[in-house]
Write a protein that binds this ligand. Structure first.
Ligand SMILES: Nc1ncnc2c1ncn2[C@@H]1O[C@H](COP(=O)(O)OP(=O)(O)O)[C@@H](O)[C@H]1O
Ligand SMILES: [Mg+2]
Length: 1028
């Protein structure tokens, strides 16, 4: 699918030189480069190395869409691009967790700096942003314009030539988000501050400030908007460059400074320094007759003094004198005009150089990731090396010597890692291999850096040695020491032809990238890099905050001689090599198509030269014959074992057999790989990519499976735990229940046993064997009693007590009855009481004696059966004041014929009255009442016996009442004759008057009949009652 994404244009020539048919032919190689360059295809691979040809024009290949296209895609699936290299490094860092570095090499102007910026932009856009440090991307990006303004300059080779080396670490967190950065800078070309070759410029910042600085800023700095006014800016005679817009760049830089975290004060202090360097350059000297220098431009001193905050007279003295310490005494020795000028320049260089270092530190502080939880251990790093490229000028000095030495070292690293070690490895692994010859530039590196014998050592020696050492004596020393070296020539040692193109003060090095003549003039000074002590002292007094950091007072007291510039550089390069070696490198090889910085011009000679010295042909040959990838068996097996059933999950046998099984299963063809001693070698990237893709797919399914397993496992574990807990609780609870049950059973058995025993011994006196039983019997009786107490006085039920409790039971029963009675009595009303009293009387008289008594019990006695209106008023009147207590209608039977007459019986306070209508027929005083007779049957007939002493008395009265019990009870009470009521069986005799007697006979029958019998008696037939 990716193949189809490539346009036809992308396929011009070959995208990878490895695919070149005639891969040993340099002509074919260059032809491929040319073809592609014509189509603006500036990128081509040699395996994983990216070859880039500077187009010198803006191509539409760096848009966001382009970045997206390369993101997360395999290297070879899209057309070659710097983004592909960037992405590859990023992914390797993420997947293999190895620090990476991208090494960009090529001569000056070949496009290294641009390439490094593209890489940085790619990361800034495509990497996830860390929420904690959102600003770091901006800062990383914005550090570039600032560093370029202060460290880049127009040279003959490049309008934006880096005049310092730069290695930048981009730090990523574990999620792959850039979180910080760190920059290492290498040897700034300070000499440019005071001098520029023809056609070159000073560092950009000077022009940017003068062109872009606001009016009042310039006024404050005492600057004019005219670069021609400044001695340090006119040497190259090149104030304007068409490709550079200083005014715009100023704005960019000014903004970038803010983004990086410079306050307005920081910027002001920084610009004060830049301006003071310009003012320093304009300090002019005159010569006194004595030859001593004096300053002719006081106005500059005034500005300087203000800008850097150092007293004017101190400055003036420092700029014209030199402090000598002789025999412990300090002496100020005046300088001549020339010495003074070089002291001034030395100061300018020192100020600028140190400020630049301060700037890098300041940027580093702003890029530093300050999260304490973030240690560099779990950070991954991608290093980006953009260092000055190999360069040759008409006149080459100490700086070029250093720059080119640096490039030798990088080339050495490249050779080490791509050509030499690769071939060594094939040999070590026992892979059949036809060695590829290549030029190893180690010999040149040694020539420059070897201890004691190398050029740097010799230079240092000349610098340090007492006596009249000069640049020339240095040259002579070189001739003496390394004169015989195949890569070293001087005018004196050269053959005739070479001699013609060499000056007498030059030495020539045959670099891997070409021959360069170095003029020894100034080598010693530049290497010494000395600043007079009194100038340092003056700077230490500065009130400028940046300068106080740059010039440390401790430096003044430090007696140790500082390392020379070349040695410092050598040491820092060695450290750089170590940093690079510790990381996995990616290479970008930049090629410059022409010297004129022109678009579309393909200078074949120039390009062939670069192809040659960059070793690209050898690189290709090794790559062609060799293998794109190698992995140790264990690594390979570990990574891909999931792709083959025999190796998954673990291979038990020898590693090599495992790998062999695995690749056979994957369908690798024999020509695609070789098995070495400890590693597998894979010839084509696409083979590995296919395997990677398969792994990606497999990983997903494995992940799902793992997830499922894990979920299952964790759920099961949870469930088991739950179950176990439940069982524990259950068992515990069951235990408790069982124990309780057992206990109860034991108790029950015990109780039963005691019970039985107690039952057996129940008749014995109380003893341990029966006490429980007896107690229980008592207890249960009492409990039963308490539950079944009689409800009322009539309820006579009472449980049978055990013998021991018979007495108590009786007491209780009485108490209970008393209590009930008492309770009952408490509740009864007076009327009811009265009623009951009468009932009591009735009971006393009639109970068990008269048949209709039981019937009368439930019937309430009434107070009277005749009210006031029922009784004739005349009778009432006749009775007078005596209160009537009871009245009832009765039937009276005559004494003679026993005729029944209706009468009223009225009970008064002292007598009973028998009334007929309005007449009081008979008054019986209670005192005269002898008694009352009544039968035992159910009839209502009774006889009131009266004392019959006088004849006025009519004799006994036979009456009949329907309420005989009530009536008689009332009479008995009223007359107080309770004991005088006699109940007779059979007949009643009564007196009729004048001594005559009558008899009443009682019999039982079906109904009440009262009549005169034939025998002259009154016969009463009482109805038989059912209850009897
Ligand atoms: N990829 C590119 N696209 C367009 N122009 C480029 C590209 N690479 C380099 N250039 C041009 O070449 C000039 C020099 O490139 P630079 O990266 O500064 O060279 P180096 O750092 O190798 O000395 C740049 O200023 C730019 O004009
Ligand atoms: Mg550069």
């Amino acid at each position: 699918m990716m193949e189809s994404a490539l346009t036809a244009r992308d396929r011009v020539g070959v995208q990878d030189f490895v695919l070149l048919e005639n891969h040993t032919s340099e002509v074919a190689f260059i032809e491929n480069l040319r073809k592609r360059f014509k189509e603006n295809l500036i990128y081509t691979y040699i395996g994983s190395v990216l070859v880039s040809v500077n187009p010198y024009k803006d191509l539409e290949i760096y848009t966001k869409q382009h970045m997206e296209r390369y993101r997360g895609v395999n290297f070879y699936e899209v057309s070659p691009h710097i983004y592909a290299v960037s992405d590859n490094a990023y992914r390797s860092m993420r997947t293999e967790r190895r620090d990476q570095c991208i090494l960009i090499s090529g001569e000056s102007g070949a496009g290294k700096t641009e390439a490094s910026k593209k890489v940085l932009q790619y990361y800034a856009v495509t990497c996830p942003a860390s929420d904690k440090v959102q600003t770091v991307k901006d800062r990383l990006l914005q550090s570039n314009p600032v560093l370029e303004a202060f460290g880049n300059a127009k040279t003959l080779r490049n309008d934006n030539s880096s005049r310092f080396g730069k290695y930048m670490d981009i730090q990523f967190d574990f999620k792959g988000a850039p979180v910080g950065g760190h920059i290492l800078n290498y040897l700034l070309e300070k000499s440019r501050v005071v001098h520029q070759s023809h056609g070159e410029r000073n560092f950009h910042i000077f022009y940017q400030l003068i062109e872009g600085g606001e009016e009042d800023l310039l006024r404050r700095l005492g600057l004019e908007r005219n670069a021609q006014q400044y001695q340090y800016l006119v040497k190259g005679n090149c104030p304007k460059v068409s490709s550079i817009n200083d005014r715009n760049d100023w704005k960019v830089v000014r903004k970038a400074l803010t983004v990086i975290g410079f306050t307005d004060d920081d910027v002001e202090e920084l610009l004060n320094i830049i301006a003071s360097v310009l003012h320093l350059g304009n300090v002019q000297y005159g010569s006194e007759e004595s030859g001593n220098a004096y300053i002719t431009t006081d106005s500059q001193i005034k500005y300087l003094s203000r800008l850097i905050g150092v007293d004017g007279s101190v400055l003036k003295e420092a700029l014209t004198h030199k402090k000598i310490i002789a025999k412990g005494e300090e002496l100020m020795s005046p300088l001549n005009q020339e010495q003074a000028a070089s002291a001034r320049d030395a100061l300018s260089k020192a100020i600028y150089g140190r400020t630049f270092t301060w700037l890098v530190n300041k940027i580093n502080a702003s890029l530093e990731f300050k999260d304490s939880s973030f240690s560099s251990k779990n950070a991954s790093v991608i290093g980006l090396l953009d260092i000055y490229g190999f360069e040759v000028f008409q006149n080459n000095s100490f700086e070029q010597f250093c720059i080119n030495y640096c490039n030798e070292k990088l080339q050495q690293l490249f050779i080490e890692l791509t050509l030499k070690s690769e071939q060594d490895e094939y040999e070590a692994e026992g892979i059949t291999w036809e060695p590829v010859q290549y030029f190893n530039n180690k010999i040149i590196c040694d020539l420059v850096e070897e201890k004691f014998k190398g050029i740097i050592s010799i230079l240092d020696e000349e610098c340090l040695r007492p006596g009249d050492a000069s640049d020339i004596t240095f040259l002579e020393k070189l001739e003496d020491t390394v004169g015989g070296h195949p890569h070293f020539v001087t005018h004196k040692l050269a053959d005739g032809k070479t001699r013609k193109v060499m000056g007498r003060e030059e030495f020539r090095l045959l670099h891997y990238a070409g021959e360069v003549n170095y003029n020894v003039n100034g080598f010693l000074d530049k290497n010494n890099d000395l600043l007079f002590r009194n100038l340092k002292e003056a700077m230490c007094m500065s009130e400028n905050k940046i300068l106080t950091q740059c010039f440390d007072r401790e430096e003044l007291t430090d007696k140790k001689r500082p390392e020379t510039a070349a040695t410092q550089f050598k040491t820092s390069l060695a450290q750089l090599m170590e940093i690079l070696m510790s990381k996995e490198p990616s290479y970008v090889r930049c090629i410059k198509p022409n010297d004129a910085k022109q678009a579309g011009r393909f200078d074949e000679v120039l390009i062939r030269h670069q192809v040659k010295y960059l070793g690209l042909m050898e690189n290709l040959r090794v790559r062609r014959a060799g293998f794109a990838y190698r992995r140790r068996y264990e690594t390979f097996l570990q990574r891909y074992k999931s792709l083959c059933p025999e190796t998954w999950p673990n291979w038990q046998g020898r590693l090599v057999d495992g790998v062999s099984t695995l690749v056979k299963h994957l369908g690798y063809k024999p020509e695609e790989y070789k098995l070495g001693r400890t590693k597998i070698f894979i010839r084509f990237p696409k083979t590995l990519f296919a395997t990677e893709d398969a792994l990606e797919v497999r990983k997903h399914s494995l992940a799902t499976k793992l997830q499922a397993c894990w979920k299952g496992y964790s759920q099961k574990t949870k469930y088991r735990k739950l179950r176990r807990s439940a069982i524990v609780i259950q068992a515990w609870w069951r235990g408790i229940l069982a124990r309780r049950r057992a206990q109860r059973r034991r108790q029950a058995a015990e109780t039963i046993r005691r019970f039985i025993k107690g039952f057996i011994y129940r008749h014995q006196p109380r003893c341990p064997e029966n006490e429980y039983f007896l107690d229980y019997v008592r207890y249960s009786f009492l409990m039963k009693l308490s539950r079944n107490l009689p409800k009322n006085v009539l309820d006579k039920s009472w449980p049978t007590p055990p013998p021991a409790l018979a007495e108590a039971s009786e007491h209780l029963r009485k108490l209970c009855m008393q209590n009930m009675v008492w309770k009952y009595c408490k509740t009864i009303s007076p009327e009811w009481k009265h009623q009951l009293e009468q009932k009591m009387v009735a009971s006393e008289i009639f109970k068990d004696k008269k048949d209709n008594y039981p019937q009368s019990v439930p019937k309430l006695f009434v107070s009277t059966r005749l009210n006031g209106e029922d009784i004739n008023p005349k009778v009432v009147q006749a009775l007078g004041t005596d209160k009537m207590k009871y009245a009832v209608p009765v039937t009276k039977y005559d004494r003679k014929g026993y005729k029944a007459r209706s009468r009223q019986l009225l009970l008064m306070g002292n007598s009973a009255i028998i009334a007929e209508e309005a007449k009081v027929k008979q008054r019986i005083d209670y005192s005269a009442l002898k008694g009352i007779s009544v039968s035992s049957l159910s009839d209502g007939v009774f006889v009131i016996h009266v004392v019959c002493e006088d004849n006025k008395q009519k004799g006994d009265v036979v009456l009949q009442s329907d309420h005989v019990i009530e009536t008689l009870t009332k009479v008995a009470i009223c007359a107080d004759k309770i004991n005088s009521i006699n109940i007779s069986q059979g007949s009643i005799k009564f007196t009729v008057g004048q001594g005559k007697e009558g008899i009443i006979d009682f019999t039982s029958g079906s109904e009440l009949i009262v009549a005169k019998a034939k025998n002259g008696h009154l016969s009463v037939t009482a109805p038989r009652l059912n209850s009897r």
